[in-house]
Design a protein around this ligand. Structure first.
Ligand code: NAD
Ligand code: UFG
Length: 336
């Protein structure tokens, strides 16, 4: 299939491009580089040993995107593009609603006009709000803690309305849990600008000595050791989940959790990261972070049964690959 990958130079998009090409699909990337670097494209091309068509376009620019659809015939679209910082979205709600919702609507509108058969949407576990884990796809969605989260809930809603008037369209809504890790080659990974907000990128910077210590946000949750529990998923496993959805989902809307189904605490992650990479992670316990919940992990029965997909990579793999990417990045002048 020929697939349009929006946000294909970002963290999850770039890993999915590799999996798509390794599974004999062809890919066209659209990205405006608001949260990625053009160098990612040459690293991708090195990895897959072929050139990849790329358009630097903002998805809210309908005219520019229409031209991409006129120049290419797409069988499917994977729509990753969007702004993704929970905290920033609280500070800049309009930017988040405008960017995430308008781009999603423009892409879906063109998908319909150009009769594209398959659509995959990046959603998030955040749409469940604070409910007891394991989280099943059948749960009612609760209000999220941020404008970012609301753009995911609304994106899902828009797609469900589209399905009513376009019943042949195969729509996959994929709710990611906590994507981490990097490609084992060390050529692509996640390199957030500034001080990271998320646990794993933060730990990596502490291990490297760029940051002094990790602040653990609370050790008084009702969890195995009092620290927050999340369902971490290796980005390569996550990428494979997109290929499965694209290839197997038939008409209608199908919603799947993409997680491992297992929860891991902050302290457990620290112990594994230190052991696997022979590094030290100094930490201190601080107050809970506002908006955090104690525990969040997926029920993965549906995606296992219907798509035959499950994670194969471990927390050890995630820690090792993130560190490998960080070290390669350090050793070269590459800016990803
Ligand atoms: P990312 O920021 O690394 O990648 C997103 C890409 O989209 C970037 O390259 C950015 O430049 C591009 N982009 C943003 N707005 C655009 C626009 N208007 N036009 C064109 N390109 C645009 O993020 P990621 O971690 O790869 O996440 C991909 C998707 O998955 C996002 O929709 C995100 O909300 C969702 N998601 C991510 C996580 C996570 O923890 N990483 C968790 C759940 C859901
Ligand atoms: N944590 C710390 N210290 C830090 C950072 C995080 O103790 O410096 C803790 C958090 O309190 C939480 C756990 O580590 O218990 C994971 O936190 P992250 O910030 O890495 O991830 P979240 O689960 O808060 O959120 C992430 C994404 C959201 C997404 C959600 C579900 O940031 O966009 O997963 O997919 F919605």
């Amino acid at each position: 299939m020929n697939i349009l990958v929006t946000g294909g130079l970002g963290f999850i998009g770039s890993h999915t491009v590799v999996e798509l090409i390794e599974n004999s699909h062809t890919v066209v990337i659209v990205d405006n580089l608001i949260n990625s670097k053009i160098e990612v494209l040459s690293h991708l091309e090195t990895l897959v040993k072929q050139s990849i068509p790329f358009y630097q376009i903002d998805l809210t620019d309908e005219e520019a995107l229409t031209q991409v659809f006129e120049e290419n015939k797409f069988d499917g679209i994977i729509h990753f593009a969007g702004l993704k910082s929970v905290g920033e979205s609280v500070e800049k709600p309009i930017e988040y609603y405008l960017n995430n919702l308008v781009s999603t609507m423009v892409v879906i509108k063109l998908a319909q006009e150009f009769s594209v058969g398959k659509f995959v949407f990046s959603s998030s576990a955040t749409v469940y709000g604070d409910q007891d884990s394991p989280l099943r796809e059948t749960l009612d969605l609760k209000e999220t803690t941020s404008p970012y989260g609301e753009t995911k809930t609304m994106g899902e809603r828009i797609l469900k309305d589209i399905a009513k008037i376009n019943p042949k369209l195969a729509i996959s809504i994929l709710r990611y849990f906590n994507p981490v890790g990097a490609h084992p080659s060390g050529l692509i990974g996640e390199n957030p600008n500034g001080i990271p907000n998320n646990l794993m990128p933060y730990i990596t910077k502490v291990a490297k000595g760029d940051l002094k210590q990790l602040d653990i946000f609370g050790d008084d949750y009702d969890t195995i050791d009092g620290t927050g529990v999340r369902d971490y998923i290796h980005v390569v496993d996550l990428a494979k989940g997109h290929v499965a959805a694209l290839e197997l989902v038939e008409s209608g809307v199908h919603t799947y959790n993409l997680g491992s189904g297992k929860g891991t605490s902050v302290l457990e992650i620290i112990i594994i990261f230190q052991k696997v990479n022979s590094v030290k992670i100094p930490y201190k316990i601080v107050r809970r972070r506002s908006g955090d919940i104690a525990t969040c992990f997926a029920d993965v029965t549906k995606v296992n049964d219907e798509l035959g997909w499950k994670t194969t990579l471990t927390i050890e793999d995630m820690c090792r690959d993130m560190w490998n990417f960080e070290m390669k990045f350090d050793n070269s002048t590459r800016v990803l």
